[in-house]
Design a protein around this ligand. Structure first.
Ligand SMILES: *Cc1c(COP(=O)(O)O)cnc(C)c1O
Length: 399
């Protein structure tokens, strides 16, 4: 039977304390023990099912974590207060002074800044490479390399990582392959393709309502236990714990993710095809013109589509700004960073989300001034949206 990650979420069953159809929300930071011995065992990590303190784990966070692990096909998962609160401990758990990371150069600006500016303080060095070129990736590996890091679909350029190819390289050199799957939940299942650890910013598609930040690390029981270890676990000690109330809220939103992703993808493909036919430089993994279209197809869980992210290039930052302001005035979306909302969001990545990346490096990787990144919304009438966007472009002489 075909692997359907959304079914795996559907198959979970957690009742509330009084038979509620939703699990009860844990409203406690600390937990009582009937015996002192059990408290000691829990501290030592030897008392399954016992809760000690909510920075370590809480029932609500475990429910959400288990649902995300089911979606990604991992043994378990650890949720966190933000996507960065998942990425940074995962990397610091695997790397110490003297270690080396090989990372895609087109990654989320915050992750890039962490690897470029912050981890060198701990003598952790990173080589940034073109992740679509497996020879270059392998050539960057040194005897100190511990981690291969990429995004399945990269931010903001929508480059697609060959996860199977990268997994083979990771295995050969005994590295951990970490994949940030924020842009392609459900569509791509990195663990099925050989990744060791999958990370999401829950802030985006998974929560989908732009009302919180959140993150998750999905991996083996051993790795998640390491992250949570009270003595040396990076998640436990750095402390970016998600609040239980929020975990319960994200879990409820997660249940509609498959329906939302299908609509984001349907609308994304429709607009990308129209924009390209209009002569705009359009990047969308679902277009045949995308350099990794076939690769994406070979990796995807078909029913969820190519996702909701696309970029167009309108030539200059001035034109990009004018267009975004006009589209916002016509209520076609919001001029805002982030993604995965019911409403279309657009921003110019060079000047906003990737501003941490120096200008000459942005140029080298194809981040042009006139680039607009769209997170396509759940619009019910996408043909109307398209004709209104088309009118905006004509008005501004972009078309
Ligand atoms: C937003 C984002 C992050 C960071 O997540 P936060 O929840 O904002 O901390 C990491 N990776 C990608 C691909 C993102 O889009």
């Amino acid at each position: 039977m075909a692997f359907k990650p959304a079914n795996n979420i559907q198959d979970l069953q957690y009742f509330g304390e009084f038979g509620g159809v939703n699990p009860s929300i844990s409203d406690s930071s600390t937990y009582t023990f009937l015996s002192a011995k059990t408290m000691f065992d829990t501290f030592e990590g030897n008392a399954d099912g016992c809760y000690l303190y909510s920075r370590h784990s809480s029932p609500s966070n475990l429910y959400l974590g288990e649902a995300l692990a089911a979606m990604e096909g991992t043994e378990t998962a650890n949720v966190s207060a933000s996507g960065m609160g998942a990425i940074t401990p995962a990397l610091l758990q695997l790397c110490g002074a003297g270690d080396h990371i090989v990372s895609s150069r087109t990654i989320y600006g915050g992750t890039y800044a962490f690897l470029k500016n912050f981890t060198p303080r701990f003598n952790i060095k990173t080589s940034f490479v073109d992740i679509t070129n497996l020879e270059i990736v392998e050539a960057a590996i040194t005897k100190n390399t511990k981690v291969l890091y990429c995004e399945s679909v990269s931010n903001p350029l929508l480059e697609v990582a060959d996860i199977k190819g990268l997994a083979a390289i990771a295995k050969k050199h005994q590295l951990k392959l970490i994949v940030d799957n924020t842009f392609s939940p459900l569509s791509i299942s990195p663990v099925k393709l050989g990744a060791d650890v999958v990370i999401h910013s829950l802030t985006k598609f998974i929560n989908g309502s732009s009302d919180t930040v959140g993150g998750v690390v999905c991996g083996t029981q051993e790795f998640i236990n390491d992250l949570r270890n009270v003595n040396n676990g990076a998640s436990m000690l750095l402390g970016s714990t998600m609040d239980s109330l929020r975990a319960a809220s994200v879990l409820k939103n997660l249940r509609t993710l498959h329906i939302r992703m299908q609509q984001h993808s349907k609308n994304g493909l429709f607009l990308a095809e129209k924009f390209e036919a209009d002569g705009l430089k359009t990047v969308y993994p679902g277009l045949k013109s995308h350099p990794s279209h076939e690769l994406f197809k070979s990796m995807m869980n078909t029913q969820y589509g190519f996702g909701g992210m696309l970029t167009i290039d309108v030539g200059s930052i001035e034109k990009a700004n004018e267009l975004m302001e006009l589209m916002q005035n016509r209520n076609l979306g919001y001029l805002a960073v982030s993604l995965g909302f019911y409403k279309t969001l657009f921003s110019a990545p060079g000047t906003s989300t990737s501003s941490e990346i120096p200008l000459d490096e942005q140029k080298a990787m194809g981040l042009s001034d006139g680039l607009i990144r769209f997170s396509i919304g759940l619009d019910d009438d996408i043909e109307r949206t398209y004709s209104m966007m088309n009118a905006c472009m004509k008005e501004l002489s972009i078309l």
